[in-house]
Design a protein around this ligand. Structure first.
Ligand SMILES: *Cc1c(COP(=O)(O)O)cnc(C)c1O
Length: 493
């Protein structure tokens, strides 16, 4: 007796697959149609969900209709709507129809391309798409498979930083004679604006926290890392008998959008033989436009570069491109070849086995999604998408700058406007702006977050949600003005 007739249970029923999928797609289309009706930031209290869902799993199957009703009634209220056109918080996760369809195909095939033979198309498409992206960013051929380098798609920047740090660590330990005792000598450098991902990654690969150097930034460089201070720090460490290992530079920092001077940092890195990684998680997308490409000037001096198409490149979560000039150091550090994965393709040494380029063995076919995004938009529309967001950010910045009650704290580089209400005498600027931000966010009409530089608390407005249009920024500005009046009134009373 077949499994199906025995208990009429088909986990993958080709007959009803189309119909059920269509019901979900209709649900999603309705969600997007109504997205502006929901409060952008969720208003639920911690633990809200357990009161509306049963406390154990159903023994018999639930209908799809029941599940979708629960998604509607119980899940949606607990979502912060990242795809809302009034979402200006963090850095966005920009989705698109193409990104969504790519994700569907990836999920449909559900292949696990850990090595070439396990799904040749998954590996080969990934290498091709990374070369496409590299060419769009005008990276030197030293980062391309068609040149002397190569790349890989990770889930997140955090993984890219962990893996490149491990590669740099193992390369240095080898140069130092091979003893792991030398790990206590390795020193890593970043600015005080660098994403916390870097500290987490350095800890994970065993760099002693006392060997993390945070180069101080200030208003003088608009919070970019000053190369001369980096040089001083490296010299000091060498004098103390330590071994400078790795610099993490950022294009588009998280708090205020600062851009580190890659060419100058690259010169220091090369002079002292350090691994320079460029974290362009968010702003890397802008570098496909000729007018922003200069942020990457000097990239030829770096060892590796990563950016997240899932942030501002219309590619649904998750997708992080990492390129390396010398992938062999990554492979040396991360490869392992157990008997059960042995195959002739690997032995021939002509294929890429991506399991040796990342932490995990299993991996998703993310290249399919990025390929769809690039093909369905074309470079032309991808550039248009970046430019229209920059234009909106510019207009918003002008509105803020014109109002005397406000100030732009750090000038906008790309799409992040970093501003605050100017505190009057005797008023705490942090408290004032915290109140303003809370008032805006709790209205449900828009969502922004905050950043702190040199002790100054300011509000971050990032433009980049796919559905955002000019009128959403006008509405945001009206909302800010409305709440500013109230907050200012409160503090003069
Ligand atoms: C978002 C971001 C990160 C973290 O990215 P993940 O992909 O979530 O690990 C790191 N650096 C910068 C500059 C970012 O904007």
């Amino acid at each position: 007796m077949s499994r199906a007739t025995e208990n009429s249970f088909l986990p993958l029923d080709i007959g009803s697959f189309g119909e059920e999928s269509k019901a979900v797609i209709d649900f999603i289309a309705d969600y997007y149609k109504n997205i502006e009706k929901y409060p952008v930031q969720s208003k639920v209290e911690p633990g809200y969900l357990s009161s509306s869902l049963p406390d154990s799993a159903p023994y018999s199957p639930d209908s799809l209709e029941d599940v979708l009703n629960d998604v509607n009634d119980s899940i949606l209220p607990g979502l912060t709507h990242w795809q809302s056109p009034s979402f200006f918080a963090y850095y966005q996760a920009s989705s698109s129809t193409a990104g969504f369809l790519g994700e569907m195909l990836c999920s449909a095939f559900n292949v696990v391309g850990f090595n070439w033979i396990s799904s040749p198309a998954a590996t080969e498409l990934e290498s091709i798409v990374l070369d496409w992206m590299a060419k769009m960013l005008k990276l030197p051929s030293s980062f391309l498979f068609s040149g002397t380098g190569g790349g890989v798609i990770h889930g997140t920047t955090c993984e890219a930083v962990v893996c490149t740090l491990a590669a740099a660590r193992d390369k240095a330990l080898k140069q130092l004679g091979g003893s792991w005792d030398n790990i206590t000598k390795l020193v890593v450098y970043a600015s005080d604006q660098t994403h916390f991902t870097f500290q987490k990654a350095a800890k994970l690969v065993g760099i002693p926290p006392s060997n993390f150097r945070f180069i101080q930034t200030s208003f003088a460089t608009e919070f970019a890392m000053p190369p001369q201070l980096l040089r001083v720090a490296i010299e000091n460490d060498i004098q103390s008998g330590l071994v400078p290992l790795y610099i993490c530079a950022t294009i588009g920092t998280t708090a205020c959008g600062a851009v580190d001077p890659i060419a100058e940092l690259g010169k220091v890195a090369n002079e002292y033989n350090l691994w320079l990684h460029i974290d362009a998680a968010h702003a890397g997308s802008a570098c496909i436009c000729p007018e922003f490409r200069h942020f990457l000037d000097g990239v030829e001096l770096a060892s590796s570069l990563s950016m997240n198409p899932h942030k501002w490149f219309l590619t649904n979560m998750d997708c992080c491109c990492l390129w390396l000039k010398e992938p062999r150091f990554l492979i040396d550090s991360l490869s392992s070849n157990p008997e059960y994965l042995e195959n002739n393709a690997t032995k021939s040494n002509v294929v890429v086995d991506y399991k040796d380029w990342q932490v995990t063995l299993s991996r998703r076919f993310r290249a399919l999604k990025l390929w769809l995004v690039i093909r369905r938009h074309g470079v032309e529309n991808l550039m248009r998408h970046i430019r229209s967001d920059v234009e909106l950010a510019k207009q918003f910045e002008a509105l803020v700058a014109k109002d005397e009650r406000f100030e732009i704290v750090v000038p906008r580089r790309i799409v992040l406007v970093f501003f605050r209400l100017k505190p009057k005498h005797g008023v705490d600027g942090r408290e004032l702006n915290r109140k303003l931000l809370d008032a805006i966010n709790s209205s449900g009409r828009a969502f922004m977050t905050q950043g702190v530089v040199a002790g100054i608390f300011a509000i971050r407005c990032v433009v980049g949600a796919t559905l955002t249009q000019e009128h959403h920024l006008k509405d945001l500005w009206s909302l800010i003005q409305e709440k500013a009046r109230l907050v200012l009134l409160q503090c003069t009373q």
